[in-house]
Design a protein around this ligand. Structure first.
Ligand code: DGL
Length: 271
């Protein structure tokens, strides 16, 4: 059995491209439709109910317009807000980034003292504390929100003194706690890994959920017999933005690579 329909994936903007990159590399035969909700980013400061509404609307669009076979919520905030509702409401499988990220964090720590950074929405939801407790009740978790990081990425400012100064201030709680491993619990943050790494120092291992989510996606596609029937083909990649598509294409191709050669506009009620 096989399924030749595309995989759907979304984020508030460019962050989910870290997951898209890993998925394209790991599953080159699969078609992918990626939607960046740049017209309504950032999700992090919004009430989770509102983010849940966006997630439902996007899922509905990806299913109706593209007949996707699998949905990847490539956004921690949307996963925190909506993963259960999406799984209950949709008749296709849904995968978020939080459980795969939590598993790789636990696998990477040596001391058992771990840090998690994310948006205000994700950190305040407490979802990482709950999921990490289920994965390994013995790990000690220190988490902190990093408002401002996402905006730097969305502006294409991923390096330089300003990012480092903000990172020094925001990451102080995890540095002071002496964590040995830090989960970048927002899919935008891997684009700031150089600045974050400089601030936390080389002894702290940075973990991103992108690779682990792509592995989980590959595993689930196989388990559910949803792989493309032709494993030797090269998949097509389709990109959609609810904001300025030109800006999405220019910065997106820099962040993701040549697969993002153009993007299509999606008009929501809010844009
Ligand atoms: N990339 C998203 C996340 O993983 C959300 C960023 C935002 O829009 O605030 O949480």
């Amino acid at each position: 059995m096989a399924d030749d329909r595309p995989i759907g994936m979304f984020d508030s903007g460019f962050g989910g491209l870290t997951v898209a990159r890993a998925a394209i590399d790991l599953l080159p035969a699969e078609d992918l439709v990626y939607l960046g909700d740049t017209g309504r980013y950032p999700y992090g400061p919004r009430p989770l109910d509102e983010v849940r509404g966006f997630a439902m609307e996007i899922a509905d669009h990806l299913i109706t317009a593209f007949d996707i076979k699998f949905l990847v919520v490539a956004c921690n905030t949307a996963t925190a807000a909506a993963i259960d509702d999406l799984s209950d409401a949709l008749n296709i499988p849904v995968l978020g980034v939080i459980e795969p990220g939590a598993r790789s964090l636990v696998a990477a720590t040596r001391s058992g003292k771990v840090g998690v950074v994310g948006t205000v929405g994700t950190i305040d939801s407490g979802v990482y504390d709950d999921v990490l407790f289920k994965v390994d009740p013995a790990v000690e978790v220190v988490s902190c929100a990093c408002p401002g990081f996402v905006e730097f990425v969305e502006r294409g400012n991923t390096e330089g003194a300003q990012v480092v100064i903000l990172a020094e201030r925001l990451l102080a709680p995890v540095i002071d706690a002496g964590v040995d491993t830090l989960l970048l619990g927002c899919t935008h943050y891997p684009f700031l890994a150089r600045a974050i790494g400089e601030v936390v120092g080389p002894e702290v291992v940075l973990v991103s959920s992108a690779d682990e989510t792509a592995f989980a996606l590959a595993h689930e596609l196989s388990e559910l017999d949803l792989r493309h029937s032709d494993a030797t083909r090269l998949g097509a990649h389709h990109f959609i933005s609810s904001g300025d598509v030109r800006a999405f294409t220019v910065l997106g191709s820099k962040l993701l690579g040549p697969e993002l050669a153009n993007a299509e506009r999606w008009i929501t009620d809010a844009t």
